[in-house]
Design a protein around this ligand. Structure first.
Ligand SMILES: *Cc1c(COP(=O)(O)O)cnc(C)c1O
Length: 255
């Protein structure tokens, strides 16, 4: 009696694994098409796979499929998934051609008292939105003798419930962060409002790009300031058209 059930489970698993591969493929095609429309090079766009809702098997699958940039929005979950993926890579490295390592992106709100716990694990923090958070990361990074990449999160939609520095304060905060020796200010991040109205979404991305260009024109930032992290499952094609260099996509892959 047990065996058919096991077989069913295995079939369902491999079905799900195939679906993830197909969805990823379709997303890459959509990115390429959006790039074509506006004359951009798809190789200049990094896909960050957001694993926050995904079961471990599915996370393993995207790593198997060659995804090297993964994103999380919660400190607790981040720590678990990082450990799990490290073990997975270590255990399967003989059998399959897995990437040697994965870069972790913190994409969600980060509390100052959690910085110390996760800083070592992260390659990029997308969600800097106050001077005090930037200062804390700079201090902790100094102790660890590392220079993490950080992005300034801008609230381009103006929704009061959203995290992010208000548009009017972004340039000034960027200038302050740029002076911190243990932070690499690598660009901006934004989230469009949840709406089906594509014009509203697009104007949000356009505003982010305008602020990005304005800051890039300032003498204070270096040429490391080159990333625009915007675009999620519902709006990544618009984000590509408007200049995104990092897309953060979860549900369209794991659904
Ligand atoms: C969850 C999340 C994403 C991914 O959202 P999907 O709609 O699942 O693609 C991107 N950015 C942030 C900040 C998130 O919290």
């Amino acid at each position: 009696m047990g065996l058919p059930l096991v077989k069913k489970w295995v079939d369902a698993q491999s079905d799900q694994m195939n679906k993830i591969a197909e969805r990823l493929e379709r997303i890459r095609e959509n990115i390429a098409r959006a790039c074509d429309r506006v004359g951009r090079n798809p190789n200049k766009i990094k896909l960050i796979v957001v694993t926050k809702t995904a079961p471990v098997e599915s996370v393993h699958q995207v790593v198997r499929l060659g995804c090297t940039d993964l994103g999380e929005n919660r400190v607790q979950h981040l720590k678990q998934v990082v450990t799990d993926v490290e073990e997975f890579i270590a255990s399967e490295s003989q059998k399959a051609a897995l990437p040697a390592k994965v870069n972790w992106h913190m994409i969600g709100h980060l509390q100052r008292n959690k910085v110390k716990q996760v800083l070592k694990l992260l390659s990029t923090i997308h969600s800097i939105d106050t001077l005090r958070l930037a200062e804390e990361i700079n201090t902790q990074a100094g102790r660890l003798d590392i220079t993490p990449k950080v992005l300034l999160q801008v609230n381009c939609s103006g929704e009061p419930q959203k995290y992010g520095v208000p548009v009017g304060a972004a340039v000034h905060l960027a200038e302050q962060i740029a002076t911190m020796p243990n932070l690499k200010l690598a660009g901006l991040m934004t989230m469009a409002p949840l709406t089906r109205n594509k014009d509203v979404v697009r104007s949000c991305f356009v505003r982010a790009r305008e602020i990005f260009e304005e800051i890039r024109g300032e003498k204070i930032v270096t040429n490391q300031f080159r990333h625009l992290s915007m675009g999620m499952s519902q709006d990544y094609e618009i984000a590509v058209e408007e200049g995104a260099t990092m897309l953060r996509i979860g549900s369209a892959i794991f659904a």
